[in-house]
Design a protein around this ligand. Sequence first.
Ligand code: PEP
Ligand code: MG
Length: 928
Amino acid sequence: MSKAGRKMTAQKSRKQNLNQQMTARVLPLRSHNLQESVATIGYQYPGVTSGISIQGTYDYLKERLGGKGAGLVEMAKLKIPVPPAFNLSTSLCQLYLQRQNLPEPVIKQTRLALIGLEKFLKKRFGSTEHPLLISVRSGARISMPGMMDTILNLGLNREITQHLSKRFPDRARFWWDCYRRLIQMFSNVVLQVEHAQFERILQHWRTKEKVKADSDLSVSALQMICKEYENLVENADKKFPQDPWEQLLHAIEAVFRSWNTERAIHYRKLTNIPEDWGTSVTVQAMVFGNLNDKSATGVVFTRDPSTGERKLYGEYLINAQGEDVVAGIRTPRPIHQMKKELPEAASELVKALDRLEKHFNEVQDIEFTIENERLFILQTRTAKRSAQAALQNAFQFVQEKRLKKEAALERVSYDQVKQLLHPTLKATSEKPFVRGLPASPGACSGRVAFDPETALAFARAQQKVILVRQETSPEDIMGMSVSEGILTSTGGMTSHAAVVGRGMGKTCVVGCSELHVDEQNHRAEAFGITIEEGSLITLNGSTGDVYVGELPTEPVTWGDTARKFFQWTDEVASMPVLANADTPDQARLARELGAQGIGLCRTEHMFFDKERIRNFRRMILSESVEQREELAAELLAYQKSDFLQIFREMKDLSVCVRLLDPPLHEFLPKLDDQDEIKVLADSLRIPAGRLVQRIHQLHEVNPMLGHRGCRLGITFPEIYEMQVQALAESLFDLIREGKKVALKIMIPLVMSTEELSYLLRRLKNVFERSLSNADPTPEAQQLRKLRSLVKWGTMIELPRACVIGAEIARLVDFISFGTNDLTQTTLGISRDDATKFIPTYLDKQLFRKDPFETLDVQGVGKLIEWAVRESRAANATLEVGICGEHGGDPESIEFFRRIQFNNVSCSPFRVPIARLAAACAEQKQKNK
Ligand code: PEP
Ligand code: MG
């Protein structure tokens, strides 16, 4: 972690330590072998398991001993100098949290392991002559930096300190410094005394002695500080134990409890670390970087964690303990300077780093201490690094012939792929003012607009805008398209704002239920803070955090290395990734990001342009077929030009166009929009009252289950017919220009073979007729050729459509699962209202994941499996795809690959993630 990052974690941890409370969460009990739950590292002792003797993979070691413990065992095996230690396994964490005390056999083994450590080091815990000092450290299977607790220098007390400082006056400063650190850390972590209170005392003495660094404080000052620390603890009605054994047991329990601090729980939620993993506790002999000027402490990465460059990156402090590097009072020195100050230790360090990177075959991040010129490595772990660095390192390892391409693909996480594509927020200590669902990643700041018109006005005035709505509808599309980001108070991960926001690559936070959005009065409010129109806010679409004011961002990074890396994914994967793209811009982006075609081109947004919407409204509100046909003909030219542009962008790749889908209701004018009503009534040559009546007629109570999808195509045939005609004519034009086109026409929301065959019959006729009309003397051969370029298909979005999959398959060339609607209709959960209770379900673990994000394999997946099996049996050449939001979700993609889908389709910005997921799923299948 960078200095800034560590400093921030430390500050955060201080603040949060104040509220640190153990929430009594009951974790599922795993089997415990209490006799083997303590393991020694770097030494052996009869009656206690030796870490080196534990059989199993490195992953198993991490599961049992935590990352820190496992790393120490590996280093001990490699004979890299580590301070000896013993480890209490992660499974004890669950047991402790349930019982609230340590079982007797564990205490017994801890005592034995401690005796072994004393014998190994020829020191005694609690002795005044040769005291053994230890640290007690947390360590989960995966590192959770700064989230849990660590205490250093245990084993000291006032008597020992006084004795040693008298006996070795030249070390008096050192012993008092160790003791004051122990009181401070122990009292904060175990006794919950506020960290800041200790800092105030320390600061007072620094000022008094006119020094900047703690290492410059005099012995007498340190003695006084210790006294004042002791008083502070006593005044808080707490007791700092003078008995070292008591200190140790309290410290072990506190580290186990720190698994359940609010910040650790929050971090686990964000990073999907399971609740029941637990932390281990490593009790390790202290080595002292604060012993003298030949001692130091530091952190180093084997490669640069921010750029990935192949050079050591790190820093160190002479005469210091770990906390000092973090505290930022003294400026650490860059690691390359160590050669001059501590040459032998520096060369040992370089050798150790090289061995560790080779051994783990991965970039390492290590913590070290030098005690009197002797190097000790305290910790090694896979480096946490930027997305850019992860990508570079994966690439370098393949070039250095350390990794195969297939294995390198696993070195870049899905989150990192997201980061590669979107600007991200720079690390900040600002607190979010409210939080919603992270619907579309990236970060942006802008002025708040509460309606699309204002958004457009701000954009015209060259201002960055964030559109804030209760929820968005297709009518907001223009406002959305000019906004940097979108924030809604309702709606879930597949709500309009989320789907469209992601599609457009906009940062988007939805379902921010604490935010009261008053669109009428142009203001929003949460927790007593009011956001007025025009005020600046910042969205973090990767976490769902919303901040007041403007925060700095970091730019997008998508270069040559990324392009090459993602070519590897295509070499590995057999299931192509297509994109959901509705506009020429989105189509271009989709191609750039490696989509192999368009799997879903939604046509509804093409009608929301100000001019077109009026025509469209006139068409659906008019009462005569002739008038409707006339108006549909006016829309034809627009549609054709939209399609032509998209086809041209996609060149010879296939484009699947979905005929109009959303509820008609969404296109109706608002009843209070008097001007629009008047214009429409006049142009339709009917009285305004009659028009209002017609709007009432078309109004729906439950539009998502109402007048939408292919039902529209049946009740308003002019719309679909016009769309098919526009497609046929576009195709004809392109072929005449000598272009290659692969067109698919898709009918949405089908529930029966009757409605599907009715529509197919009509639409295929229109298609043929349009082709004949396009060229009145077509050569039969050319016509056949055009016909063969078109595939007809349907979306499977209703449980009934799954059940009759075989019958549907006989009528079409392809099917595409619309898993947004299929999830909605199978679970009976409105996708737009889901956020009202899904967070609670997730919190109570009634859902493992949001079913609108990750496919519910157990339920919806069963229906899909059935439908795929039956439909393939009925039509051997049937193409099967998916174009719901799950098409961009790695876990769902693994399922689709397993049941051998022909393709997945997702919004352009998720294409790289889907490509990587498809490749990883392929690998998994192969390795089975
Ligand atoms: C779906 O339902 O999964 C789908 C892709 O269609 P839409 O999201 O447009 O309803
Ligand atoms: Mg749908």
